[in-house]
Structures are given as C-alpha cells and as structure tokens.
Design a protein around this ligand. Structure first.
Ligand code: MG
Length: 621
C-alpha cells in the first residue's frame, strides 16, 4: 500500500498546510450556509465543534500519519455536516468525491480508509436513525432499512472504487520512484526505508551492510561509451542480486555504487559476504564484444543489537569504510571494515579543511628558509622557502599533513600565492639588510605544485611579485615535482611561459617519481634536486654509484645538480669528490626563521672576511 514515501517532509508540510486551510474554510462556511438553510443559531456549536477539535488535535500530533488521518476525519466530518444541512440533497454528496481528490495529495492509504469509513458509518448510522440528514427524500416513497442500506452501500462502493483507483495509481508511481530504472534494484531511498525498518525490528546476531564502488568504471564509460557502461552495471546488479537472493537485498545507490544489506549476519558472515561480492564483481564481463574485468572497493559495517543508529548514519559510516578500502587497495579492489576511528579522523580532516580555507586570511602561516650551500666556496647561495602552519588551537601542523589536504581542496592555490609573495618580498628585505662581503646574490627556491601550475593566474602572480619586490626573475627558482612534469602539455606550456619570463626551474626530489633518464634532456629545467634517498647511500651504501651516475647525467643534460638531505661531513667530502657543488641538508642548517637565516649569513661573511685577512697577512709576511 502507498504510504506517502514519495513525499519529502517539506512537500508533505506544504500540502498538509493547504488541506488544513481548506478544513478551516469549510468549518467557517458551515455557519452562514447553515443559517441560509434555516438552521437556528443555537445549533451553531453542534456543527463546528468536531472539525475544531480535530484541527487542534492534528496540530498536536508529531507523526505525518496521525496529522493526515485527523485532518481527513475533520474534512469528511465537515462534508457530512453540509450533507445534513442540505437535507441530504444528492448534489451535496459530491463533496465526498471532491474530498477524495483532496486527500489524494497525502498519497497514503490511511486517510482514504478514514474517509471511506466516515462515509460508511455516516450513511448507515444516520441513514437508519435520521435518514433525512443523509438522503434526499423521493416524493411518495418512505425510507426503509433495506433502502437505506442499499443506498449506503452504493455511495460507499462508488467512493471505494475511486479510492482503489487512486491507491493503485500511487502505488505504481511510488514503486517507480523507489526503483532504479536501469537495474530494477531498489534505489537509495527505498534501501534507507527498508534498512530503517530492519534496524527498528532488530536482527540477531547482527545486520551487515556492504557498500561497494566499482574501480575504473569511468574508464569503461570513456572507452566503450555510456551504453556499454550501463550494460556492465546491469550485469553487476544481476550478479549481486543472485548472490544475496536468499539472505538479503541489494540496492543501487547511484552511479557505480551499490549497497548490500544482510540481516541475521555476524562479523565473520559479513567478511565472507564482502569477499564473495568482490570475487563476483571481478569475474569477466562481456561488454561491447570485449571481455572486461572490474574490481570493487567494499566498505563493511556490522550492526549489533546495541547499535542505536538509523540508516543514514549507517550509510555514512559504510561509505567512509569504502573510501578507506579505495585508498588502501586502489584499483585492485578490496574491503575494509568500518571502525569508529575512521569517523573521528574524517571529522578531524574535515575541520582541518575548513580551517585551512581561512589560514591565509587569519595570518596563521609562516615561512622558514633552508640554506642552499655552495660546498666549494662554503657560502650560502640560496634558500628554499618552506611553508609552516601554526593552528590557533591545534598548534604546529606539519606540511606532510596540511599540504596534501590543501592540494585536495584547492586551498593550495591561495597558500601558494601567499608563499610566493612572502618569499620574494623576503629576498628583497635580505638584499637591503645584508651588507654582503663578496657573497653572490641569493636565489630563492619556492615549491610549486601541479595544481598551481594549472592555475592560469600563476604567471601573473609571479611576475607581479617580482616587480613589486624589484627582484630579477633569474633569482627565483620554482621547484616542481616529476609528476607535474609528466602531467601533460598544458603543464609544460605553463613551465615554458615561466622560463620565458626569466624564472629558473628545478626538478624537485629527483628519484622519487617516474622520470625516465632519457626524458630529462627534454625538460625545460635548470636544476636537478637529487632526493635524500640517494644521499643516504653516500659515502657507503649499496646505491652509492647511483649518486655518481645522476650527478654525471645532470651535467650531460645541462642541469645544475643540488644534493638534498646532506647530514654528515663524510657525505660533503664524498659528494665534492664526485663533482657535486651545491647541497642542502641538516649538516648545513635546518629550515630556520628569516632572522636566524640572516644571522647565519652574517656569521658566514664575517668568517670569510677573517679568513681573507689571515690569508692576506700570511702572504704579505
Ligand atoms: Mg623542494
């Protein structure tokens, strides 16, 4: 039977308000109509008390069912009063048919039952006791019991027929609205309804809910077209339906996401089901005359009798578990069981994301600088600007935590722009404040992510920052990762535009990505920053020769190598022997504030002045 499931709460409220207004209007009109029909005024309370009581009662009810039932009772009661005031005139009975149309707005079988019930009781009861209140008298014919019952049955059956027609129509549309058109499976709404019902009845030893997402489904759509994708979804739906035909049900949540609900299942049963679901999805599928294989990431939640939750909370948790499975297993697919930690972490990540969006405006970021050293002359020749976040309540948050988050949310664009402005401005301040004794002009290295490279405003931001600070473009080195360089033609175009501006480029963390060595020669980069993983094997390590090879290669393709992660003196000695010149790492300095950086420069320059004076006096002596 239709139960108004098609109506959202907002739509129900709107329709209910309209029906209540109709009842108020009918009740108010009863009085003038009654008086016009010769009703004594003292009878007025008798004809309006029932609708008023029902109106008040319906306002006090919380559930949709009770509110619609009481309002319907008021409407049909009011219609009966009109029939009575009209002396049972046949035309006045049409009011019942009009009201059947009105309460059809509830799309629920209960108000209909109430309406038909009122008409039946009214016709039989009043028809027998005071027939003139219900039926129009036929001249020369007296009311008899059999005539009353016959007329009551006739009226009620007309109303019943109209009701059945409405109910059948709504049931059909309700089923249609709650079923996924492509696969014929219950859709998300029906699934939530059913799950809520199962949870409220409880199920021993527990209820397992599986949420699965097909990996690489988009590729099938892209390569073979959407019709082929639909074909695949139908096949997966059939397999899942087959898999749990005895002990549960499957629903299509949307796109390539399905849910499986298994009542009377414990943890072990749920894991077994998840394994079977993953295996079923992984079987070959014929699509567009080709045989394709698809995997599934499955999230699993097992509810026990003490879990007081509703379906939407369960879906939230199982969806989260599915995303964990996706992150953990990638395209190979697999399953993960939900644990409360996941929710806490998701909430913490979300809060951090929100804070990240405003960290620039709230002045919570600052930049530290790690010196880049010329190991031959022992001079600091540049600095790498590294952003840090001091969260107002959580304290220092590492870049390994917030940078990936900022990349994902797009906040990296704001942060990146801010770092560019601050670091380039800092270079100008250093120029003004450092009276350098023969030091070369410092260069500033700034990390730029793939997202930033794809930001059309990057070139303008860089140009404007350089102009404002009056810094020559050649003193700025933008460090990009190998992924950015492999990203595609548009990324390379952005890099070339920056090169044309005069900015220098460095390939960052070389060795951690996928760059083929032959690919290097074609990249528009000036510096090759060799990753710490290579440096760790210097001077004695299984891959020591790799460092020598990379240094030689960098020279051959015309790039200046900068060795990252230098931590010990022996490494400096060995790297110098291999021909390396520039380095960076904790052996020289950790990333420091701009103030400490300046102090390091001053000490270094004074050292060089002293050394020069000593050498000069030794030579003259
Ligand atoms: Mg870097």
């Amino acid at each position: 039977m239709p139960r108004g499931s098609n109506l959202t709460d907002a739509v129900f409220e709107r329709r209910h308000r309209w029906i209540v207004n109709l009842l108020v209007g009918m009740t108010l009109l009863t009085l003038p109509y009654g008086i016009s029909q010769g009703m004594p005024l003292r009878h007025a309370p008798m004809v309006v008390w029932l609708p008023i009581v029902l109106l008040i009662a319906s306002r006090r009810m919380r559930t949709r069912e009770w509110r619609s039932v009481l309002t319907t009772l008021g409407l049909f009661g009011s219609a009966s009063v009109y029939v009575y005031l009209a002396g049972g005139a046949t035309e006045s009975h049409f009011a019942y048919f009009v009201l059947v149309g009105v309460i059809s707005l509830y799309q629920d079988w209960r108000p209909f039952l109430v309406g038909v019930g009122v008409v039946l009781v009214n016709h039989v009861l009043f028809g027998l006791v005071m027939p003139r209140a219900v039926f129009e008298p036929t001249p020369g014919v007296d009311f008899t019991m059999s005539m009353t019952l016959k007329t009551a049955a006739l009226h009620t059956s007309f109303l019943l027929a109209s009701t059945v027609a409405s109910l059948v129509a709504w049931k059909a549309s309700e089923v249609q609205a709650l079923t996924d058109v492509l696969t014929g499976l219950p859709n998300r709404r029906r699934m939530t309804d059913q799950l809520d019902r199962i949870i409220s009845y409880g199920s021993e030893p527990g209820i397992a809910i599986l949420y699965l997402d097909l990996c690489g489904f988009k590729k099938i759509n892209d390569v073979y077209g959407h019709e082929a994708g639909d074909q695949l979804l139908v096949e997966i739906a059939d397999r899942l339906r087959q898999l749990c035909r005895h002990d549960g049900f499957v629903a299509r949540i949307g796109g390539d996401e399905f849910a499986v609900v298994l009542p009377a299942t414990n943890q072990a049963g749920a894991l077994d089901a998840a394994r079977r679901v993953a295996e079923t999805c992984a079987l070959p599928i014929a699509v567009d005359d080709r045989c394709v294989r698809i995997t599934a990431s499955v999230g699993v939640v097992v509810l026990t009798s003490c879990d007081l939750v509703n379906a939407s909370e369960v879906l939230r948790d199982v969806d989260l578990a599915m995303y964990h499975a996706k992150n953990e297993f990638g395209d190979t697919g697999g399953f993960t069981v939900f644990c409360a930690d996941m929710r806490d972490r998701a909430r913490a990540d979300f809060e951090l994301e929100l804070d990240l969006a405003t960290c620039v405006q709230n002045n919570e970021l600052f930049v530290v600088y790690q010196p880049i050293v010329d190991m031959v002359s022992s001079r600091i020749v540049g600095a790498e600007a590294l952003v840090r976040w001091r969260h107002p309540t959580k304290g220092m948050i590492g870049p390994d935590v917030f940078v990936p988050l900022a990349e994902r949310t797009g906040a990296i664009l704001d942060i990146g722009r801010w770092v560019l402005d601050v670091a380039i401005q800092q270079l100008s301040v250093w120029d003004d404040s450092l009276d350098l004794c023969g030091s070369p002009q410092l260069t500033m290295h700034i990390n730029v992510s793939t997202n930033q490279l794809r930001d059309a405003s990057l070139l303008t931001t860089v140009r404007r920052a350089l102009e404002l600070a009056e810094i020559a473009p050649s003193r700025l080195v933008l460090e990009v990762t190998e992924t950015a360089l492999l990203g595609g033609d548009s990324d390379l175009i952005a890099l070339r535009e920056l090169k044309e501006l005069g900015v220098r480029l460095a390939l960052d963390d070389f060795g951690t990505g996928y760059s083929s060595l032959s690919h290097l020669a074609h990249l528009p980069v000036d510096n090759l920053k060799i990753d710490k993983s290579f440096t760790d094997d210097v001077p004695v390590g299984p891959n020591r020769s790799l460092m020598a090879g990379v240094l030689a290669l960098a020279g051959q393709v015309g790039m200046t190598p900068v060795v990252e992660g230098i931590e010990r003196f022996e490494q400096v000695r060995d790297l110098l022997a291999m021909g390396a010149r520039f380095g960076q790492g904790y052996f020289f300095s950790k990333p420091v504030s701009s103030r400490t950086f300046v102090e390091q420069m001053i000490i270094q320059d004074r050292g060089h002045v002293a050394a020069a004076v000593i050498t000069e006096s030794a030579l003259s002596a």
